[in-house]
Ligand binder design. Structure first.
Ligand code: SF4
Length: 187
């Protein structure tokens, strides 16, 4: 059986496929070595959910591990509101919603549906502004798009020729450790 892809890496793969390779290389090392301020803030934003302390409401399920055999992905959702049948992904700040973040939410949605949960609504919740941002439920066409994307992720070859994008590198947490660039990151 093929390994399942972690849902949390889908957005990183769009940002730069090579960063997934570096993530796997450095995953055993101290995160302080490469985690820049935005990543640390993002991680802290998830901590109350991961430790299941952000809500005591019985109608909410927090940090539920999810998986989809059909998509070949696994991960953890932030919040599922049973009464509203709503799946919520928390972010510290969302100046802009990237396609990779939408893919993450779609993937969580398909996992939950495959696991037998009813999900009628999906949304992001921006912690810094206390704002909920509803997202349309994915269509069959969206599902196909997501599956093609996951397939390209699984087939990625880090030894293939690659040209780094300096604008991305300067905002990449692996910048100072990456063999594809001479840039330094801005953090
Ligand atoms: S430093 Fe540049 S090439 Fe290296 S992983 Fe980051 S974005 Fe990709």
């Amino acid at each position: 059986m093929e390994d399942n892809i972690s849902i949390s890496t889908l957005n990183d793969f769009i940002f730069c496929p090579y960063s997934i390779y570096l993530h796997n290389v450095y995953m055993e090392t101290d995160e302080g070595l490469y985690h820049a301020a935005p990543q640390t803030k993002g991680k802290l934003a998830h901590e109350p959910v991961d430790s299941k302390t952000s809500s005591n409401r019985k109608e909410e399920i927090l940090a539920l591990p999810v998986m989809s055999e059909q998509l070949g992905v696994m991960g953890k959702i932030d919040v599922y509101r049973k009464k509203e049948k709503q799946l919520i992904e928390r972010k510290y700040q969302l100046k802009q919603i990237y396609q990779g973040q939408i893919y993450q939410l779609w993937a969580q949605y398909f996992c939950m549906v495959e696991m037998g949960y009813e999900v009628d609504k999906i949304a992001f919740y921006e912690i810094s502004t206390n704002k909920t941002i509803p997202i349309s439920l994915p269509t069959a066409e969206n599902k196909h798009e997501l599956m093609c994307f996951i397939q390209s992720f699984k087939e990625y070859d880090p030894s293939a020729p690659f040209v780094a994008n300096p604008n991305k590198c300067r905002h990449c947490i692996y910048c100072n450790l990456c063999d594809k660039t001479e840039d330094n990151n801005v953090y």
